[in-house]
Design a protein around this ligand. Structure first.
Ligand SMILES: Nc1ncnc2c1ncn2[C@@H]1O[C@H](COP(=O)(O)OP(=O)(O)OP(=O)(O)O)[C@@H](O)[C@H]1O
Ligand SMILES: [Mg+2]
Length: 225
């Protein structure tokens, strides 16, 4: 049995006076594990991912990442957690249009002020290379295809070497072939670097490529047979 990287214990989330979106959701993500989360629109998939990434706080339950109690962190600690421990990829790439692919990739490393620019630059170039984008490192986002931009976004999410990558419909705006290429990249990074992946997707064929597929429905999470 692999060690748990992330443990969610009866996590609930309610926005204002609405019915709770998440009702006592428990989930264990193992070190280097891959999990797909599926479910109808509005079922709370993004809400769950945002809680896991420290973008929002639960109204009940605990989230514990490698022994760190994320649910009890103050804003400042949560910002640090977000920056150093997890990588995010969204449906839209959110690249800054006035920076090159490589500069976009290096942004989270700058935010960290690690003071090791050379190491970050090295890693950025290496990751771009592995994503098949070596020759495009100096291109502006506007000069890249949708799939290339999304690959840059994946690389950017990994620049600080997080142990967990959270991806919210990362292939939602891509055609099937390009989408499969993004999933190939995610799984290659998982295998080679051991980064755990939690991906939200509407595409069943992509979900099935992860070790586990869970469905969120009526506030609850259950395995898909
Ligand atoms: N910040 C917020 N304030 C209030 N309600 C919210 C907020 N964010 C999400 N919700 C509500 O919570 C519910 C779940 O939203 P969420 O975005 O998590 O769903 P989802 O499963 O990601 O849907 P989709 O597949 O369409 O992206 C929805 O009813 C939504 O309106
Ligand atoms: Mg969503």
């Amino acid at each position: 049995m692999t060690q748990a990287l992330y443990e969610l214990d009866r996590v609930s989330k309610r926005y204002g006076r609405e019915n709770p979106v998440l009702q006592e959701v428990s989930l264990s993500v193992s070190e280097g594990g891959t999990v797909a989360i599926v479910g109808p629109s509005g079922s709370g998939k993004s809400t769950l991912l945002n809680l896991m990434g420290g973008l929002d706080v639960p109204t009940g339950g605990t989230l514990s990442f490698a022994g760190l109690d994320v649910s009890s962190m103050d804003d400042r600690a949560r910002a640090g957690f977000r920056r150093d421990k997890v990588g995010f990829v969204f449906q839209r790439h959110h690249l800054l249009p006035q920076l090159t692919a490589l500069e976009n990739v290096l942004m989270p490393a700058l935010a960290r002020r690690a003071g090791r620019d050379a190491a970050a630059l090295d890693r950025g170039l290496q990751l771009l290379e592995r994503a098949g984008l070596g020759p495009r490192a100096g291109a502006m986002p506007g000069e890249l295809s949708g799939g290339e931009r999304q690959r840059v976004a994946v690389v950017r999410a990994l620049i600080n070497n997080p142990r967990l990558l959270l991806a919210d419909e990362p292939t939602g705006s891509l055609d099937a072939t390009t989408a499969a290429g993004i999933v190939d990249l995610l799984l290659e990074l998982n295998r080679r670097d051991g980064v755990a992946i939690v991906v939200v997707t509407h595409a069943n064929e992509l979900a099935r490529r992860m070790n586990r597929v869970l469905e969120l429905r009526n506030g609850r999470l259950s395995p898909v047979a």
